[in-house]
Design a protein around this ligand. Structure first.
Ligand SMILES: *Cc1c(COP(=O)(O)O)cnc(C)c1O
Length: 384
């Protein structure tokens, strides 16, 4: 459980990100131990948090990475992740990004369309090297999560639809500079019902038989990421239940000899170690409600505005008085700049310090400078 050094916070300019490095370490070692039980391969989805210190820590666990841009590949290589552990995903890969991946001979391009496969093939031919590819297949599995972060349905832009797969495969079989490695899935994010993953496994079992019947052996089965975290009560579940998660795949995925099962986890690795620390600027009595106005806003943490995400807000200045109902909002000139409506929280006063919890994933990486705001500072529990 994260303990906040409130006396150290008092002198610092808010808002800022605060990372609990001990919790990160515990999360990483739990993840590694649980994955090792089944010989599962882990790739960290760098888009969740690309802070240098966090990446250096993760790199020490010998995980691969999942990148969704050339810039992320450059960053991963700079930090020291080996190229042969890089998966490159993304629905719109630019030519320079594909060339970068080819030049470093990365482990796998996760291909999302026939048009993209054609371009990868052309560029691979140009450098005279085979591109290793897996097909990202849209399995049409519904993950019960917010519609903005579901990705595995027919209506989503991601992946190759089942109806197109036949055409893509037969074209690939004529390509000399493409090496088929396997199949890739990613059904969404913040998935808390493990049944969705069971459904994914059953789908993969069917699909891989279909590939094998076509004399294509998927060496890599990449099941993506998406494991959710407890945003409501981070102190009760600081580390996601990796054990239960991996058990589902062990139980329901029918792997063949010589196959590797790969995961691309982002949120579940870094969400709980990060917090956005902010001060209460004003408490404003509106006509119908009471607002607590913070100095942090959607430019510092956009998830509430973007996905209606709800982060737990703790007043860490030590006031545990009677609960009062607030809309907790930021200072940005947008109505969506709101961290929560009608929240019953211990009374807040100007100057109180609050921690917006579980902000380690898709927090700092999505910071913007809208309203010409400054990028928030970052502090770490072991160096503050
Ligand atoms: C974002 C993403 C992930 C990571 O998702 P999390 O929900 O953060 O675990 C994994 N794979 C792909 C292809 C992604 O786009």
């Amino acid at each position: 459980m994260t303990v906040f050094p409130i006396d150290k916070f008092e002198g610092l300019q808010t808002p800022f990100y605060y990372y609990d490095m001990l919790l990160l370490e515990e999360t990483l070692s739990t993840l590694r131990n649980e994955a090792q039980k089944y010989d599962f391969h882990i790739h960290y989805a760098i888009k969740a948090n690309a802070n240098d210190r966090i990446l250096h820590r993760i790199c020490q666990y010998d995980f691969g990475v999942d990148c969704v841009s050339g810039y992320e590949m450059e960053k991963a290589l700079e930090v020291g992740f080996p190229a042969d552990g890089i998966f490159f995903a993304g629905v719109g890969k630019s030519d320079w990004e594909i060339e970068l991946g080819l030049n470093h001979d990365i482990a796998c391009f996760n291909v999302e369309s026939l048009a993209e496969l054609e371009v990868i093939h052309q560029l691979a031919e140009k450098v005279g090297r085979k591109a290793k590819v897996a097909f990202r297949i849209n399995p049409n599995v519904r993950a019960n999560t917010h519609h903005y972060i579901t990705t595995g349905l027919d209506e989503n832009k991601f992946g190759i639809g089942l109806s197109e797969l036949e055409k893509v495969i037969s074209r690939m079989q004529q390509m000399k500079f493409i090496q088929f490695e396997g199949i890739h899935f990613h059904i969404g994010s913040q998935i808390t019902e493990l049944d969705s993953f069971k459904e994914l496994c059953l789908r993969i079992n069917e699909l891989q038989d279909w590939f094998i019947a076509k004399h294509l052996f998927p060496k890599i089965i990449n099941v993506g990421g998406g494991l959710g975290v407890d945003y409501e009560d981070p102190d009760s579940h600081p580390i996601p239940d990796f054990s239960a998660y991996f058990k589902i795949f062990k139980e329901f995925l029918e792997t063949k000899p010589g196959q590797e099962v790969h995961f691309e986890l982002g949120r579940s690795v870094v969400a709980q170690c990060g917090n956005l620390i902010s001060r209460v600027l004003y408490v404003k009595e509106g006509a119908k409600k009471r607002f607590a106005i913070l100095d942090a806003g959607m430019t510092d943490l956009i998830r509430p505005a973007l996905y209606q995400a709800q982060h737990r807000i703790d007043n860490i200045s030590g006031f545990n008085g009677d609960k009062v109902r607030y809309d907790v909002v930021g200072p940005i000139c947008e109505s969506s700049d709101c961290f929560g409506k009608a929240l019953d929280l211990p009374e807040m006063k100007r100057g109180n310090i609050v921690a917006i919890r579980s902000a380690g994933a898709y927090g700092e990486v999505m910071v913007s400078n809208y309203n010409l705001r400054k990028t928030p500072d970052v502090y770490f529990s072991d160096t503050i």
